[in-house]
Every structure is written in structure tokens, then in C-alpha cells.
Ligand binder design. Sequence first.
Ligand code: ATP
Ligand code: MG
Ligand code: MG
Ligand code: MG
Length: 462
Amino acid sequence: MDIRQAFLDFFASKGHKIYESAPLVPEDATLLFTNAGMVPFKSVFTGEVPAPNPPRAASCQTCIRAGGKHNDLENVGHTARHHTFFEMLGNFSFGDYFKEDAIAYAWEFVTEVLELPVEKLWVTVHESDDEAEAIWAKYIARERILRMGDKDNFWQMGDTGPCGPCSEIFFDQGEEHFHGPEDYMGGDGDRFLEIWNLVFMQYERDKEGNLTPLPKPSIDTGMGLERVVAVKEGKLSNYDTELFMPIIREVEKMVGKPYVYADGASYRVIADHLRSTTFLLAQGVNFSNEGRGYVLRRILRRAVRHGYMLGLREPFMFKLVDTLVKIMGDHYTYLKDKQETVKQLMQLEEERFFATIAAGIELFEKELEKTKKLFSGAVAFKLYDTYGFPLDLTQDMLKDKGLEVDIAEFERLMQEQRERAKAAWKGSGDAKVEGDFKALIEAFGKNTFVGYDNLTAESKVL
Ligand code: ATP
Ligand code: MG
Ligand code: MG
Ligand code: MG
């Protein structure tokens, strides 16, 4: 079953206009990347732009969650259901239908099109939302409607922007997958899989955090394609599906060791990061030391580090692009057009990092032996500055050891370097400023951007 198409056809039959996926780099400058299907419609929700005709839409939107409010970079490889890049199926109402129809459509799609067994479905509503609960009670037993707080059932795009209470549909993967609280709704475990979020768009949050009602209550929903594919294929992990396994099989061949789920995190990280880096490159984002290009660089270097851990010693990511294009190129045809360019850019970036990774890892290991609690900020800085290890990569390498980088020291060295660069700039004289600036960038600017290293799930967006 082509779930993507089935979803779009279903909502077209309900009077929705089907929209193409918008670019990963959004027009909205408050966001790093498009992180949900509603992003391209943000100004319609806020009322800045009049609602299109018909005032209902559906899409399959490519999303990246690797920074800002929604950041799943740290989850990748560790949970069965998070990716940095994923496709979000969504239907939207711009002041047209509201809770009643949104719930009716979702229920019909899930039970009649996807044919998921009713006895495996659960739903959550916001703790204050009697109305949504009453509507759901028409379809599902009350015991399986749970009320949750803001953390799980209040959705927002970023620190500012449209938001509202929401209601989510969960799929019960079976009692045998219940090991503890993390397997419950809202946790990162396996028993209850969140598949679909219906957001009742009612507010806009401003910079001070105040909520103002939107001109018209609207609907924004999002369902992860990869999760639905996993459920339909009867797989516990998204990574076990046909969307990822062909890539993992290629990595297996390169590494020469079979992929085993239990200690296969590196394989999964590589498969995931291949998707986000390929799509970003194909859409024209390039490796750089700042902004989105630096996020791209960080993602690729993380993947390379995982390949290195699996024993790979030369560029490999670029060789996986063909497999990904086979899986996704028919739907995203620009992948085919950009295939060779993407491979070249990726290979160059891999070469750059492979040139220093061994020495960097050696330095890291040596320091690790000496480390009790805080990993030296000076060594993290050297790794960053000399060996091209973004700070978050070093942090990631320390994570399973329960260790942290001495951030204060790292920041101090970073600041010193910035000042050195500034001083050198001032002394350069203004006659050939441009040339000197270029030289400076080459000398100092190599890795001087750390802004996004410090972005956490709850911190600023851009
Ligand atoms: P989770 O609680 O699992 O992290 P979420 O509540 O953050 O998901 P939403 O913001 O509600 O996710 O997004 C709507 C839907 O998009 C989710 O129900 C899920 O199906 C899908 N989704 C969200 N994040 C990811 C991700 N990182 N990878 C794959 N699918 C995702
Ligand atoms: Mg999440
Ligand atoms: Mg959730
Ligand atoms: Mg959710």
C-alpha cells in the first residue's frame, strides 16, 4: 500500500487541496528548518495571509528536526521512531472545520483506510479539553481516552507562532513491549507509539510568551509516514522498514559485519543522517561554518564518526546516496536531478573529515582516560579547532559514558579566538580588506561558529 498516496487521495476526497512539500529551508526566519507540515501555512493560521480557497489543505511535508524547539538529533539511533529527517502527512483547516470533523476524518483514515485494529488504538486529549474527549467517546471506549498535560498535549511550532491544545492517536505495539514508564504515552519507549497529532490551532504565542487567540480556530495535523509504514509492515522499529533497511544492508556490506538491532545504533544513525544530508544538499544547502550549513556539517560528521566506529576508513556516505535515490527518487524527483552533485559535495566533505578524524579520536581517547567527571574544555576546543570535531560531536561521544564537556572553558577559548580574529582584522589596514578578510576566514574562521552547538530542545530557535 502506498500510504503517502492513500493519505493524499483520502483528503482530496474530503475536499482538500493537495500541496507539494515546501522546501526544508522555510521562508519563516524564526525557524532553522521546516519541522512540521504546518510551517508553510503559518501566515495563513496567523491571519497575515488570507485563507486559500478551498480553506482546507493536505500535504506530505519533508521535515527536519535537528535544532530548535523540536530537536531529535540525540534520539536518532536510540529510539525506534525518531529521525532527523522524516515525512509528515498532514491535513489542515483554515478557519473551516474544527475538532468534530478533524477527529472524524482521522478516525476514518486510521480504521478504514489503514485498517488498524480498533482494539490497538488509544487517544490522548489535553487535560482541559472536555469537548475533544466527548467527540472521541463516539468512536472509542472512554477508558482508552487519556488526559495529558501541556508537555504532551499542547503543541507549538517554535518559541513563538501558532499553537494550541492537541489530541494524539497512539498504536499499542503489545504488552510485551512494556518495560517501564518510558514505554507509556509521552515516553520514548516502545509500547505506545504516537502516530498522529491533531492540533487545535487556537493561539499565537508572542516573544513575551503571551497567548493571543487566532482570528479563526483552525486545524493542523501531523502523522509520521515512517511510523505508519512500520505499523503497517508489522515492525517494531521504523528502521526495520523498507524505507531504511536497503540502506542498512549496504552499510552491512561495506562494514562486513551483520546488522543486529541491539547494538546497531551506528547503522541506524548512518541511515538516518544519509537522508537528512542528502535532502538538504539536494535542496541547495551546502556545508558551511555557520547557520544551516553548519547543522548539515554536524550531521554529516556525526555519521562519519559512526562509520569510523564500525571500522570504515574512507568516505562511504556518498556511496549510499544511490540506494536512497532508489527508495525515494520516484516521489522526490529532484533527488535524481541532483544525485551526482550531492555525491560530489558529500564525498569532499567526508574526505575533509577523514583527514583529521583518526588523530582527533586518538586525542579524545587519551583525554578520556584522564577524565573523571568533566572532559577538558581545552581538548574539546582543540578537537573543534584543529580536528574539525563540532562540539556536539564530542558531547555525543561522551554521552554514553555519562560525561560532559567543561563548557565554560570551551566557551572562554572560543571567545579568545574570536577576539584574536577581530584584532587581526583591525590590524589589516583597509587597502585590501577583502583579500585579508578572505585570508582571515581561512586562518581563523574555519570552525568559528558554535551558535547551533548550544541549541537544545528548549532553547532559541535560530
Ligand atoms: P514524539 O513524542 O514521538 O517525539 P512529537 O510529539 O514530538 O513525537 P509531533 O510534533 O506531534 O511529534 O509531530 C507529529 C507527528 O510527526 C508525530 O505524531 C509523529 O508521527 C511524527 N514525528 C514527530 N517527530 C518525528 C521524528 N523525529 N521522526 C519521525 N517521525 C516524527
Ligand atoms: Mg518529539
Ligand atoms: Mg509526543
Ligand atoms: Mg506529538
